[in-house]
Design a binder for this molecule. Structure first.
Ligand SMILES: [Zn+2]
Length: 332
């Protein structure tokens, strides 16, 4: 489950050395996505640039390095003036970076890259594409207008970009984004709109937050990409569809569990599971909590709890913080 997939031919040279978000790269190379953006370690930038030349696409990067704040950074910030900033990003933003000038000697940091067939579009994306960042003692909140322009440059559907800016950026929502999208979904969630596996595998057809899990415009764009893959790498297409239809238990943005199993009478019955999460953002007790799912073979979500069973015997119960924490999600 979620094993790395290397296509036989299609953008194989991009996939093999593990550059991020293979499907977006394929979409850019095939002309179904205008621009993609992601983060890589700066020491891999030249390698990426060579690769892009080979596929006839242009790449550029922003002029500062980024680093994900670690738990130790958060602790270090302690009671000084950073505390307010740190509290803010911890509670309200799911994407947290610290920015450093690019003459900083420690160059093994991340840069945000922008890749497109069009040099102009990549440069436009560079102007608008930045995220909420801590610079020294300052917290720089990105601008919604920039975000709107950036989303559109990346080829995300207008309905989804507007939903993201109008609804999902609300500070009250914070990391509950998947649940808000779920609540905005009428009818069955479509696997074409499954963004839960993005960041954690090469099986996600989208890299944006859809306005609903059956957004028509997202389905149209995802289908266009999957059709190309079906044609050129049928085995990969099958694996993508299989993975996107696996049962999920979703906690927060970039915090979910994917199960090798089925949903039956409201229960998830499984033989294996993988926690999808940014481990540096969790503390030990949270990691332990997610690991307990591995011990079970079925689970049930009741009002305030998630009950984990092994051979029909209750093993663990995990408290749900609210109805958005630990909800089952199955795409069709
Ligand atoms: Zn939409």
């Amino acid at each position: 489950m979620l094993e790395k997939y290397t296509p036989n031919r299609l953008c194989r040279d991009y996939a093999e050395p593990n550059f991020p978000d293979l499907l977006s790269f394929i979409a850019v190379v095939k002309g179904v996505k205008p621009v993609m953006s992601n983060f890589i370690r700066y020491n891999r930038y030249r390698e990426l640039e060579k690769m892009c030349n080979k596929y006839g696409v242009f790449v550029t990067h922003n002029n500062y390095f980024l680093e994900v704040p670690t738990r130790s950074y958060l602790k270090e910030a302690g009671k000084d003036s950073k505390q307010k900033i740190v509290n803010y990003i911890t509670e309200h933003s799911t994407t947290k970076w610290i920015a450093f000038p690019n003459d900083d000697p420690r160059k093994n940091r991340f840069v945000q890259v922008f890749i497109s067939k069009s040099k102009n579009l990549a440069n436009d994306a560079l102007k608008f594409g930045w995220t909420t960042t801590v610079v020294g003692n300052h917290f720089v909140q990105f601008d919604l207008i920039d975000m709107l322009n950036f989303g559109k440059l990346l080829g995300y559907p207008d309905c989804c970009v507007e939903f993201f800016c109008n609804r999902l950026m609300d500070v009250e929502i914070g990391a509950r984004k998947p649940y808000i999208i779920y609540r905005n979904t009428v009818g069955e969630p479509s696997f074409y709109c499954n963004n839960i596996l993005a960041y954690f595998s090469n099986y996600s057809l989208i890299s944006h937050f859809p306005c609903s899990f059956n957004c028509k415009n997202t389905i149209k764009k995802s289908k266009e990409l999957l059709d190309i893959i079906k044609e050129e790498e049928p085995e990969y297409a099958k694996k993508i569809e299989h993975h996107l239809k696996l049962p999920l238990l979703v906690f927060r943005d970039k915090r979910a569990i994917v199960f090798d199993g089925v949903i039956k009478n409201g229960e998830i019955i499984y033989s294996d599971c993988i926690f999808l999460g940014l481990k540096h953002a969790l503390d030990e007790s949270e990691i332990y909590k997610f690991e307990t799912f591995k011990e079970g073979d079925s689970l049930k979500v009741v009002k305030d709890e998630i009950l984990i069973f092994k051979n029909d015997e209750l093993l663990h119960s995990i408290k749900r913080e609210d109805e958005s924490f630990g909800f089952p999600l199955k795409f069709h």
